[in-house]
Write a protein that binds this ligand. Structure first.
Ligand SMILES: [Zn+2]
Length: 204
């Protein structure tokens, strides 16, 4: 009521909800640690190349706005996103991803842990973008061992795939099998209970 009387134009319910979240998280607005990932080639970032970038969770965006977002930590004059939005205060991190010349396959080191460590999860999310089940483009929620861990499947980039929750639960039911097969890029062959096999290739 005090906030509303002082001219806050949120509804009483909104003020109550926001206050609750702020009290619980100790953070104004309750938002902390938001990370925007933007995947682009070094040519697009540094050499004014026109190759588009990918904004995970959104899709493909042209090179020019991608560079503008990447520059959001830079001088306001060069940055259309700076200003009242507060984006000029962004911390910018560059994470290098290595691909095989020619095939474009994304490569990284293996891990022996059963649970996918954070770095490997992030890698699978960047490589796969959406659920790897053919014709399903739901957001990635689970990081799956293509060959199950309990049958000897390693925790690795090659044996890992991003799946949505529904597809991962389905894959664990009887009659479903999956394996990684050799190809130019990362390919998963999924066989359904009817015996049909479908191939899913990681996006370029
Ligand atoms: Zn799915």
């Amino acid at each position: 009521d005090t906030a509303r009387a002082a001219g806050d134009d949120r509804s009483r319910g909104q003020v109550m909800a926001d206050t609750l979240i702020e009290r619980l998280t100790g953070t104004p607005g309750g938002i902390t640690g938001v990370q925007i990932q933007l995947v682009m080639t070094d040519r697009t970032l540094l050499r004014a190349d026109a190759e588009p970038a990918r904004l995970p969770g959104y899709g493909t965006i042209p090179a020019e706005p991608a560079r503008a977002i990447a520059l959001a930590g830079g001088p306001a004059a060069a940055n259309p996103l700076a200003g009242p939005s507060g984006m000029e205060e962004l911390d910018l991190w560059v994470r290098r991803l290595y691909t095989v010349p020619g095939s474009g396959e994304l490569v990284a080191m293996d891990s022996t842990a059963r649970l996918f460590p954070a770095g490997l999860k992030r890698f699978l999310q960047v490589r796969d973008d959406t659920c790897r089940t053919p014709y399903c483009d739901a957001p990635i929620r689970h990081h799956d061992h293509i060959t199950a861990w309990h049958t000897g499947g390693p925790t690795s980039v090659n044996n890992g795939q991003g799946l949505c929750e529904a597809c991962n639960h389905t894959k664990e039911t009887p009659g479903w099998t999956a394996q990684t097969i050799q190809g130019q890029r990362h390919i998963v062959a999924t066989t359904t209970p009817t015996g049909h096999t479908y191939h899913s290739t990681a996006p370029p």
